[in-house]
Design a protein around this ligand. Structure first.
Ligand SMILES: [Zn+2]
Ligand SMILES: [Zn+2]
Length: 346
């Protein structure tokens, strides 16, 4: 079958790989109908999450169950499903508390052996271990292109809004208005935020954020701190959600949040350490909440319901649809920030 693999820093290829087959009675085989390229994939592309040449990429996909092991009870061949970007046991202390990403057996799809070694999803088929816990049924009225967002992007955005403890009337700043930032803005407003400011450089992302109901702040054209101040009687935002994964974005979040406010580090950090102005942070009583990997299993039901009930339309952020074979071009576009979200079709 065909699959996207890491070749070298700045280079991916689509190659023939061996057909996967069930290895355990709890496994399911999913035929992918749509996969996606995600901001996190760029960490692999840039070498900040090191992968070996030939390792398979991709952790966002929806498709159809083709085969299930004897111990799988919740799914059968023919079921339409979305796959969790990371695989958890579903029964341990952390899984039962809705913190599946802290599960001792949590493994990522599509980031190579170092991250758990599970199949990449930018491929024709994906082997899903412990399928009962790691597949989510897709309702009839949700198409695959929308469903794929319930496997990572939407739960991650929901998680960010949860961590920001958004209360009705709050002002929320979102740093980075890519797909996750876009949905943080939408979900914060749905949760009753009085105002959301979306900080970004990219005109297309700012346009989308405005469409989502946020106040776009072009950080290239103006001083974001000043703009947020003006919108909050000089106080700053109640919460600031960093949805990029960079130190600069985290610093922006700290600059625009009010005294006593919450900074959420939602993006996967590209850096190992953070230097914190301790005294100032302490004096201002800022709460930092570092998200960790999103516990997708505790959030994806809500995400899917929001799509099914039409409260959110994930397709608003899709800028490109391409055949799987064009994955190298898709990564290039994405890396140059010329695409918001790319769907890939095997
Ligand atoms: Zn992703
Ligand atoms: Zn577990």
């Amino acid at each position: 079958m065909r699959a996207v693999v890491f070749e070298d820093i700045g280079s991916v290829r689509v190659v023939d790989v061996p057909e996967p087959s069930l290895e355990d009675p709890h496994d399911a085989m999913v035929r992918v109908t749509v996969g996606a390229v995600c901001g996190s994939d760029l960490h692999a592309y840039h070498g900040t999450l090191p992968m070996d040449p030939g390792e398979r990429l991709g952790h966002e996909a929806a498709g159809v169950v083709e085969q299930v092991g004897a111990a799988v009870s919740a799914f059968e061949p023919g079921d339409r499903v979305v796959i969790a970007f990371g695989n958890a046991c579903g029964t341990c202390f952390f899984c039962r508390r809705g913190q599946s990403s802290l599960c001792a057996s949590f493994r990522n799809h599509g980031f190579g052996a170092a991250a758990g070694g599970l199949d990449g999803m930018q491929a024709e088929r994906v082997l899903v271990p412990n399928a009962d816990a790691n597949l989510l049924a897709v309702p009839d009225n949700v198409d695959d292109d929308r469903a794929v967002f319930a496997g990572d992007v939407l739960p991650t955005a929901l998680y960010g809004v949860q961590l920001a403890r958004v209360e009705p009337g709050d002002t929320v700043a979102v740093i980075g208005a890519g797909p996750v930032g876009y949905f943080v803005a939408r979900l914060a407003l749905l949760r009753g935020a009085g105002r959301v400011l979306a900080l970004d450089l990219n005109p297309e992302r700012l346009r989308l954020a405005a469409e989502a109901g946020a106040l776009p702040v072009d950080v290239g054209a103006s001083d974001p701190k000043q703009q947020v101040k003006e919108a909050t009687d000089g106080r700053g935002a109640d919460a600031a959600v960093e949805a990029v994964g960079s130190l600069a974005a985290l610093q922006s979040a700290a600059q625009v949040v009010r005294r006593g406010g919450t900074v959420v580090g939602l993006g996967v950090p590209g850096d190992e350490t953070l230097e914190l102005p301790l005294r100032r942070t302490w004096n201002r009583a800022i709460t930092y909440r570092f998200a960790g990997v999103c516990p997708v299993h505790g959030l994806w039901d809500d995400a899917m319901r929001a799509i099914a009930e039409g409260r959110l339309d994930p397709l608003n952020v899709v800028s490109h649809r391409m055949p799987l074979e064009d994955a190298p071009k898709a990564y290039e576009l994405f890396d140059r920030r010329e695409a918001t979200k790319i769907l890939l079709y095997p």
